[in-house]
Structures are given as structure tokens and as C-alpha cells.
Design a protein around this ligand. Structure first.
Ligand SMILES: Cc1cc2nc3c(=O)[nH]c(=O)nc-3n(C[C@H](O)[C@H](O)[C@H](O)COP(=O)(O)OP(=O)(O)OC[C@H]3O[C@@H](n4cnc5c(N)ncnc54)[C@H](O)[C@@H]3O)c2cc1C
Length: 443
């Protein structure tokens, strides 16, 4: 099998990584690549669309398998909605193939470009976590190639330990070659969205918790530049399926040039943008029919929007906090950003319903907050400060978005890490599967 030297970044684009890459097209190729890497004693990691923001999909100075060509639908039952597909299938492809048959992925992240392999190994969540949990909750079985080059089928009944280590397992248990999961019924291709202004963080969290599970989907945006009595104000979107289909054709996303001269996301541009964005919704609120994919993937209109942050890239921090500490801790997080004079143009808040099925699943019952930060000299300090606040208040950081967390804080936030490591050690004795993230947090 051929390896090619490539350099790539994750979505945050803070670090360029050089690797030897293989591009399997079938399971036999995966086995060959695994056997070669084991022989060469080189770490290996399968990767999807690299929509992880941090280093979960990086494997500095080692080998990676680009899984994009393994993107076949292997089986689909139109009556039950049960599907089996290869890991390189994207969420966009599932929508294109199945939405007109009234099926959609059970859970989807905020980008349609992510792959099913990435969704399994980060146990991704969407705007319906309260009702539907995370991706792992809908998986019946997973097929993977282990470090001995053997194909294993794992499920809640068979090799349950490996099944639960593979969901949210960050690609560290093997190369996934097929996934069987249950799709969700989508009665129409659109949602009726109710947009509401939230005046401050207390109102926001009260509303999110009170309305938990009442709507099919919900998500909120926070104006990070607002202070004082408006701290944490924003726009909440609550949505249910529309009664009828609407006309919709997904357009090719517009491209953002590599470097936009003279443009930068900074506190001033963020303040101007946020003020407009907040006031576009009238005080009494607004109801609007929106195509489902547009609602679920608002940022996908722009390909490579990460370039807006310039050459140095950006960090995203996403945390989840238990209901009872959410208001206090999020107030402290917003305060820490104001003190450091750092602003996030994209601040997203959602509720979560329950723990995920994976040993290292991110979700827990509570409130989740995601903040994007341009990569400046102050950013890392602010993020570390936030990690401390989150750890103190019983929360955790999402590893799919992280490249800053230290080992001790990770272990505090993910107490099941030991079970995960025991399982990994017993199935991957030679520690073949590894990533920049796993080496950073000693996983
Ligand atoms: C705009 C945007 C919005 C997002 N919104 C959300 C959100 O709402 N909720 C959420 O949960 N996440 C969200 N994310 C994060 C994203 O969904 C996850 O990082 C997802 O895992 C990315 O999938 P990917 O295919 O790009 O995988 P990659 O980033 O390439 O890889 C992710 C992990 O999957 C592993 N992997 C991939 N394929 C395989 C395979 N075949 N076998 C074994 N391991 C494999 C990799 O090793 C890596 O550890 C968002 C990302 C973006 C850019």
C-alpha cells in the first residue's frame, strides 16, 4: 500500500501537521495499512473530514488513514430507517439521499461535512440532545479493524467494553469500517423556528432548562460583547418540524479567499456584528419557516469560514456544566473573557439531556457553551482560566474541540478514563492507535 507525505490542519488551523497518509478504498486496504504500520512500529490514526477543532484528528510525525473514499451505503431498510454505512459517509450525503424519504440522521453536529466515523468517535451531539441524546445512543453495531489487523463487530451485546470505548473513543481503539445505526423520522424538510431575545444569562438558562425537551431542536447564540445587566444576552432558537415541505435546493457553499487582506475578526468587528445580529430579531420575537439543513448547518453556507480568523487560526472551547452550577459558572466564564479583553464572535449555548454511551462521551445533563477565540497572545491563558472554572463547577471540556487541556484536568473531568485505558490496552497491546491529542493528555 502507498503512503504519501502530506501536511494538514484541523478546523481551528492553529497547527500544521506532517504525516504519512494512506487512502484506503476497501476493508482489505485498511487491514494492509494497519499491518504495515504495526510492522514499522509507527502510530496510526484514521481521520474523517478534519472538522474537529483541536488535535483529535492530528497525528504529528506518524501515519493517518484518510477515510473519505470509504463512503458507501451498505444497507438501508426504508420501513425501519436502519442503515449500515462506511465511515466516510457525510451528514450532507445522508440528507441528500434520505430526507425526501422522510429519514434524517438521528443526531447531527453543526456541520454537514463531518463524517459518520468522526460522529462515532466523538459521540457528537446536536440541537436535539435533550430528546435524542448523542450519536452513540443510536448505534446498533460497529465494525472495526484492530491493531492485529482483525475485523471485529462490536455492540452492546458483543464486546460491550470495546463498543463503549469506541463510541467517543477518539479513533484510539481501531479503524472503523462500518456502522449500523437507526435514522430519525423527519416528517418534512423544514422547521418552524421561534426566535426570541434573551435579556441576560439568568433568563437564558432559566428558559433553556424550563423548555428542555419541549421542542424538537433548540440552540442559542450569546452576544459576548454585552456587559452589566445585559451580560449573556442573546437569541434563542426553538424549532419543531413544519407541517409541510418547503421549496429548497442546497446551494454550493461560497468560498472564502485564503487571506482576506485587511480583514480580521477582532473586538471591534465582533461588537458591530453582534449588535446587528441581536437587533435583527424584534423584541416580541419572530417565527419563520427554515429548511432543515439551513437550520442545522448555518455556518456551512461558507466553505472554509475558519479562514476569517487569519493565518494563525483560532481555538474553540466547549464545556458542559451541570444545571445547578450553570448560571454561576457561565457568568464567571463570560466575566473572565471581559477581564482579559477577549471576545468570541461565535458563542453558542444549548442544553444537554443525559450522559452519552461512550466511556469518554462528552455529554452530561446540563448546559453546554461553545466559544470561538482568535489565536492571540492572550487566548491560551483565558482558555486555561475557563478550564479551571469548568473543573471547579463539576463540568467537562469537549475533546473534539480542544487542544489545550492538561492531563490532570482531563482525568478530573473524565473519571471513566481508566476503564477506557484498560479496554484500549487489552485490545491494542502495541498501542498502535494514537493521536496528537492522546499523547498530549496521556490517554
Ligand atoms: C462548524 C462546526 C460545527 C460543529 N458542531 C458540532 C456540534 O454541534 N456537536 C458536536 O458534537 N460537534 C460539533 N462539531 C465538531 C465535529 O462534529 C466533530 O469534531 C466530528 O467528530 C468531526 O467529524 P470528522 O469527520 O471531521 O472527523 P475528524 O475531525 O477527522 O476526526 C474526529 C475523530 O474521529 C476519528 N475517526 C474518524 N474516522 C474514523 C474511522 N473511520 N475510524 C476510527 N476513527 C475515526 C479520528 O481519529 C478523530 O479522533 C462541529 C464542527 C464544526 C466545524
Amino acid at each position: 500500500m502507498k503512503w504519501k507525505n502530506i501536511a494538514y490542519t484541523s478546523w481551528g488551523a492553529t497547527t500544521e501537521t506532517e504525516v504519512q497518509a494512506g487512502r484506503p478504498e476497501r476493508v482489505r486496504d485498511v487491514i494492509n495499512y494497519v499491518e504495515q504500520s504495526a510492522k514499522l512500529e509507527t502510530h496510526l490514526l484514521a481521520i474523517g473530514a478534519c472538522k474537529s477543532y483541536g488535535d483529535a484528528c492530528l497525528n504529528e510525525d506518524a501515519n493517518v488513514l484518510l477515510m473519505e473514499r470509504m463512503n458507501r451505503i451498505l444497507d438501508f431498510d426504508p420501513r425501519s430507517g436502519e442503515i449500515t454505512c462506511e465511515p466516510g459517509v457525510t451528514f450532507n450525503e445522508l440528507f441528500e439521499l434520505f430526507l425526501d424519504k422522510n429519514w434524517m440522521p438521528p443526531v447531527t453536529p453543526g456541520t454537514g461535512y463531518a463524517t459518520i466515523g468522526g460522529a462515532v468517535t466523538n459521540d457528537v451531539h446536536g440541537k436535539n440532545h435533550d430528546r435524542d441524546g448523542s450519536f452513540g445512543d443510536h448505534i446498533k453495531w460497529i465494525e472495526l479493524v484492530n491493531s492485529k489487523g482483525e475485523i471485529m463487530r462490536v455492540s452492546a451485546r458483543k464486546h460491550n467494553d470495546l463498543f463503549r470505548a469506541t463510541i467517543a473513543g477518539l479513533g484510539l481503539t481501531g479503524v472503523i469500517t462500518a456502522v449500523n445505526f437507526q435514522m430519525k423520522e423527519a416528517p418534512t424538510n423544514a422547521v418552524l423556528v421561534r426566535y426570541k431575545r434573551m435579556n441576560n444569562i439568568k433568563d437564558y438558562i432559566d428558559r433553556l432548562i424550563k423548555a428542555r425537551g419541549q421542542y424538537e431542536f433548540s440552540v442559542g447564540w450569546i452576544d459576548m460583547t454585552a456587559k452589566g445587566k445585559n451580560l449573556g444576552r442573546g437569541i434563542l432558537e426553538e424549532a419543531n418540524f413544519a407541517d409541510t415541505n418547503i421549496e429548497y435546493k442546497r446551494l454550493e457553499p461560497k468560498k472564502i479567499p485564503k487571506i482576506i487582506p485587511g480583514f480580521a475578526i477582532n473586538r471591534l468587528t465582533t461588537k458591530i456584528f453582534n449588535n446587528r445580529y441581536y437587533h435583527r430579531i424584534p423584541e416580541k420575537g419572530l417565527d419563520k419557516f427554515v429548511p432543515l439543513q439551513k437550520f442545522l448547518y448555518p455556518l456551512d453556507n461558507w466553505k472554509n469560514w475558519n479562514r476569517l480568523y487569519g493565518k494563525k487560526g483560532f481555538y474553540q472551547m466547549q464545556c458542559v456544566l451541570p444545571d445547578k452550577t450553570a448560571e454561576l459558572s457561565i457568568t464567571r466564564i463570560l466575566g473572565a473573557c471581559h477581564t482579559a479583553k477577549i471576545s468570541s464572535p461565535l458563542a453558542v449555548i444549548k442544553t444537554m439531556g443525559s450522559e452519552g454511551a461512550g466511556r469518554l462521551s462528552f455529554p452530561m445533563k446540563g448546559v453546554t457553551l461553545a466559544l470561538d477565540f482568535p489565536n492571540t497572545s492572550r487566548t491560551l491563558n483565558v482558555i486555561r482560566n475557563i478550564h479551571e472554572i469548568v473543573a471547579t463547577h463539576g463540568g467537562r471540556i469537549y475533546l473534539a474541540k480542544d487542544n489545550v487541556l492538561d492531563t490532570a484536568t482531563f482525568r478530573k473531568m473524565y473519571p471513566n478514563y481508566r476503564d477506557f485505558m484498560n479496554t484500549k490496552d487489552s485490545y491494542d497491546i502495541i498501542n498502535l492507535f494514537s493521536s496528537s491529542l492522546s499523547r498530549r493528555i496521556e490517554l
